[in-house]
Design a binder for this molecule. Structure first.
Ligand code: KG4
Ligand code: ZN
Length: 337
C-alpha cells in the first residue's frame, strides 16, 4: 500500500482537491469560479467566498473518485502561497482542521514550485518519462514568468524573470483590449487558430540577460488598436483572429528567445514548461520544435496539470512527506514570492 496524500489548492480563483497514491494520481477535481467573468478579473473577496462554498464538495468528490476513505489519508498538502490572502486562508484553514481531526501531518506547498513539480505526476500514461535533474523550466502563469533551473525537487534557482507583467497578464490584457472576456488567454489561443500570425507585427522588448518585460508590448498593442479604430471603428471585429494570432506569436517569440538563450548559457537541454500559459498551443508547438532545432528533450504537461490544480500540490506534498518535511499548525499563508 502506498502513501495517500490529499492536496488542496485555493491560491486564486480555482478550488481544487486531489488524491495521490505515492506519485500516482487517483483524483484531481477543480471547481472554477464563474463569478469573476462579469468583472473582467478576479475579485479577491468573491474568490474567498466561492472557495468557502466549494471546498467541502470538491474534497468529497475527490475522495469519492479516488475510492478512498478519509481515514486512509496520511497527510494533507496545501498551497501556502503565493496567492490571494483570503483565498489561501480557506485552503489553509480547511487543511489544518481536516488534519487535526484525523491526527495526520500537514505539508505547506509553494504554488510556484508545485507548478514545476507537476511534471512528476504519474497518470495513466504507462510510458511516461520524467525530467531528470538538472532541467530548465519556463514557468508562465497569470502572475509569474520565470526561467527556473531545477537541480532537485526543492532545489530551484530563478535565472530569469519578468520585470513587470507576466506572460499570462499580457495575454489577458491584450484580450481585454479586444473586448474578449476574462480570462482571455485561452480564447486568444482559440481565435488565433483561425487567424494569420503574420498579419500584424509588434516590436519586441529589448531586456538584458534572461529577464522578460511585457508592459511595453501591452502599450504598443493598445496604441496600435487605438490608431486603427480611429479610421475603422470595426477594426477589432474585422481582424480579431489575425490580431489574436499576431499578438500570440509575438508573446511566444519573446518567451522562446530567452529560453533558447538560457539553454545555451547553462548547457542544459532538458526543457520543461509549466503554469497556465503552458496550455497555449503555439507555445507548446514552439517547445516541440525546439527538439529538432536545438536537440532539446522537452517535457510538456497535460492540459489538466498546466493551470491551477491540486494534483501539483499533492505531488509536491508527496516529496516533502518523504523528507518528513511537515508544517506546524500555526503556519500562516504568504501572498508574495
Ligand atoms: O497558472 P494559472 O492557472 O494561474 C496562475 O497561477 O496565474 O495561469 C492562469 C493564466 C491566465 O493568465 C490565463 O489567461 C493563462 O494562464 N492561460 C492561457 C491559456 N490557458 C490559460 N494563456 C494563453 N493560452 C492559453 N491556452
Ligand atoms: Zn498557478
Amino acid at each position: 500500500m502506498g502513501i495517500y496524500i490529499l492536496g488542496i489548492e485555493s491560491s486564486c480563483d480555482d478550488t481544487s482537491a486531489a488524491v495521490l497514491e505515492d506519485n500516482k494520481i487517483l483524483a484531481n477535481v477543480i471547481a472554477n469560479q464563474e463569478v469573476h467573468k462579469n468583472y473582467g478579473g478576479v475579485v479577491p473577496e468573491l474568490a474567498s467566498r466561492a472557495h468557502q462554498q466549494n471546498i467541502i464538495p470538491v474534497v468529497e468528490r475527490a475522495l469519492t473518485i479516488a475510492k478512498i476513505n478519509k481515514k486512509q489519508i496520511q497527510a494533507v498538502a496545501f498551497t501556502n502561497g503565493p496567492g490571494l490572502l483570503g483565498s489561501l486562508l480557506v485552503g489553509t484553514s480547511f487543511s489544518k482542521s481536516f488534519a487535526l481531526g484525523l491526527n495526520i501531518p500537514i505539508i505547506d506547498v509553494n504554488h510556484i514550485q508545485a507548478h514545476i513539480l507537476a511534471h512528476f505526476i504519474q497518470d495513466d500514461e504507462a510510458e511516461k518519462e520524467f525530467p531528470t535533474f538538472p532541467f530548465l523550466c519556463l514557468l508562465v502563469s497569470g502572475g509569474h514568468t520565470q526561467i527556473v533551473r531545477v537541480d532537485d525537487y526543492f532545489k530551484m534557482e530563478i535565472i530569469g524573470q519578468t520585470i513587470d507583467d507576466a506572460a499570462g497578464e499580457a495575454f489577458d490584457k491584450a484580450a481585454k483590449m479586444m473586448g474578449i472576456p476574462y480570462p482571455g488567454g485561452p480564447l486568444v489561443d482559440q481565435y488565433a487558430k483561425l487567424g494569420n500570425s503574420d498579419t500584424f507585427t509588434f516590436s519586441k522588448p529589448n531586456i538584458p540577460e534572461l529577464n522578460y518585460s511585457f508592459s511595453g508590448l501591452k502599450t504598443s498593442f493598445l496604441y496600435f488598436l487605438r490608431d486603427n479604430l480611429k479610421t475603422n471603428p470595426a477594426f477589432i471585429e474585422e481582424n480579431q483572429n489575425d490580431l489574436c494570432a499576431s499578438i500570440q506569436k509575438t508573446i511566444v517569440e519573446v518567451l522562446m528567445d530567452k529560453l533558447k538563450k538560457a539553454s545555451l548559457k547553462t548547457g542544459i537541454k532538458q526543457i520543461a514548461i509549466a503554469g497556465g500559459v503552458s496550455a497555449n498551443s503555439a507555445l507548446r508547438q514552439a517547445i516541440v520544435d525546439g527538439q529538432n532545432q536545438f536537440g532539446w528533450k522537452t517535457f510538456i504537461p497535460k492540459f489538466a496539470y498546466c493551470t491551477d490544480n491540486a494534483a501539483m500540490i499533492a505531488i509536491a506534498g508527496y516529496y516533502k512527506y518523504l523528507n518528513k518535511d511537515f508544517a506546524m499548525q500555526d503556519i500562516t499563508p504568504f501572498t508574495r514570492q
